[in-house]
Design a protein around this ligand. Structure first.
Ligand SMILES: [Zn+2]
Length: 115
């Protein structure tokens, strides 16, 4: 039996911290633990503009392929094109859906919206 590894692997290098945070949010929407590494995130470099920093996105090894697929979608079509997973019922939703087709939950929210 292989031991379960908790190692993180780099799946993407974001051009700046804004993109890094955007991707982090995207991946976390799918339940992935995400770590960010980059000069822009290190302490003591506060005087450098955040938007010129490259930031590495890392996920656990087991999520690597899934993360790469999502990031590829993002690269090809933008973040809005990536389907999202309902946090409440775990159904997959097309990116054009504002709320979960199954239970009406907003992306990233735990509460059902009320019309
Ligand atoms: Zn749902």
């Amino acid at each position: 039996m292989m031991p379960v590894t908790k190692a993180f692997v780099q799946v993407y290098r974001a051009a700046n911290s804004t993109e890094a945070h955007l991707l982090k949010g995207l991946l976390e929407q799918y339940g992935m633990p995400v770590r960010m590494f980059g000069e822009g995130l290190a302490g003591g470099l506060g005087e450098l503009p955040a938007d010129v920093m490259q930031v590495d996105i890392e996920v656990p090894v087991g999520y690597r392929q899934y993360a790469r697929e999502l990031i590829e979608e993002y690269e090809n079509h933008g973040v809005a094109s990536v389907a999202w997973i309902c946090v409440r019922c775990a159904e997959s939703n097309p990116p054009s859906f504002d709320i979960c087709w199954n239970c009406g939950t907003l992306p990233g929210k735990g509460d059902v919206t009320r019309g």
